[in-house]
Design a protein around this ligand. Structure first.
Ligand SMILES: Cc1ncc(COP(=O)(O)O)c(C=O)c1O
Length: 362
């Protein structure tokens, strides 16, 4: 028999694996640390943990033996109310990740192009390759903004989709409206990823009413603390949503995720308070980080902070912090090789991180 790899499609075979983050219990085991002592600032999750109301709601669900509703009727209504649109303008999925995937599936033929502005969320290039598309990247400016003059010069021939992230992960800055408007006026699907919207409070979702080619993505993984339950959603014109609903996996949002999500939406002031605290801690942390001569801190509208590190290798810094039980994110790419990204944790977590940082670079 021939090696089974010969039966795999080329796009899957040639793909570089998505580099996921290692779970904290495994890191603790590898480093011989107590799991509870780990300070997890590497995945932009909610540092306050799962809310007691969500835990209660999950244990109260009686119907885990029954499939979820493939039409997502109640789910879409709940999300629509929160997002301020009609239910036929919403699709929910197994995280925003799944919506990115099904948008690619809907629009891409073999070899077609998708445009992105790097550095940005690395899953985009992965999922485009998986869907047999080509991910074209335009580098951002040194402050991570997108230069409109460069945008006007991009040849959009053969380009079906542009992915814009606001606030952008990992740089934390917002998308420029004129860049968005430029693409909305072209024959191209425009995806605006607002995974961190609750922290910036700035959204482009109202433009879906005028632009059938726009889809705005959001998630319950960040502010609402449901990363482990996997639920995200898209907001778009009903035409685009109908097409996506037709091709989505039937049972993508599970019953537990739906119960948790509804509980979150019934308890918005609880999450608003957490967001307010995270923003205060972010501002405080940015000020502390600016006191380090070796760091350049990029202003963030999100729940993470990107810093450029001088006179110390950023990759080594991440490893040394990890040895002390502090997990931050390092990206092994040319554009980000001298940077670290720190998720905003609780004030206590940030104090512990800063103490360890000081012991290494000051
Ligand atoms: C910009 C961005 N979009 C989407 C996601 C994925 O969201 P979800 O957990 O809903 O799949 C992330 C996760 O880190 C992200 O940073």
């Amino acid at each position: 028999m021939k090696p089974i790899e010969q039966l795999f499609c080329k796009s899957a075979l040639n793909m570089t694996p998505y580099s996921p983050i290692e779970p904290p219990d495994q890191i603790a085991k590898r480093l011989g640390l107590n799991e509870d002592s780990i300070i997890k600032l590497d995945a932009n999750e909610n540092p306050f943990g799962t809310s007691p109301a969500v835990i209660k709601a999950l244990s109260a669900v009686r119907y885990y033996h029954i499939y979820p509703d493939p039409a997502q009727v109640q789910l879409r209504e709940s999300i629509a109310k929160y997002a301020g649109v009609n239910a036929d303008m919403i699709i929910a999925g197994t995280g925003a990740d799944e919506i990115i995937d099904i948008v690619c599936r809907l629009v891409l033929e073999q070899g077609e192009k998708v445009l992105g502005f790097t550095p940005t969320f690395s899953y985009y290039s992965h999922v485009v390759a998986l869907n047999k598309g080509q991910f074209l990247t335009i580098p951002r400016e040194s402050d991570y903004s997108i230069d409109m003059n460069k945008v006007r010069k991009i040849d959009l021939q053969g380009c079906k989709l542009v992915i814009l992230c606001s606030p952008n992960n990992p740089s934390g800055n917002l998308l420029e409206e004129e860049v968005l408007d430029y693409f909305l006026g072209r024959d191209i699907i425009v995806m605006v990823d607002e995974a961190y919207y609750e922290f910036s409070k700035i959204s482009f979702k109202d433009k879906v009413r005028q632009h059938q080619n726009l889809i705005v993505l959001r998630t319950f993984s960040k502010c609402f603390g449901l990363a482990g339950l996997r639920v995200g959603y898209g907001i778009a014109s009903s035409n685009l949503i109908d097409a996506l609903m037709k091709i989505k996996p039937p049972f993508s949002v599970n019953v537990a995720a739906e119960a948790a999500l509804k509980t979150c939406l019934d308890n918005l002031p609880y999450y608003q308070e957490q967001v307010d605290t995270i923003i205060q801690v972010r501002e405080w942390s940015q000020d502390r980080l600016r006191e380090f001569k070796q760091l350049t801190v990029h202003p963030s509208q999100s729940n993470f902070i990107l810093c450029e590190v001088r006179n110390y290798r950023a990759s080594t810094l991440a490893v040394e912090l990890e040895k002390k039980g502090v997990l931050i994110r390092y990206f092994a790419t040319k554009q980000l090789e001298s940077c670290i990204r720190i998720s905003v944790g609780t004030r206590e977590q940030m104090e512990a991180f800063l103490k360890q940082l000081k012991s290494l670079i000051q």
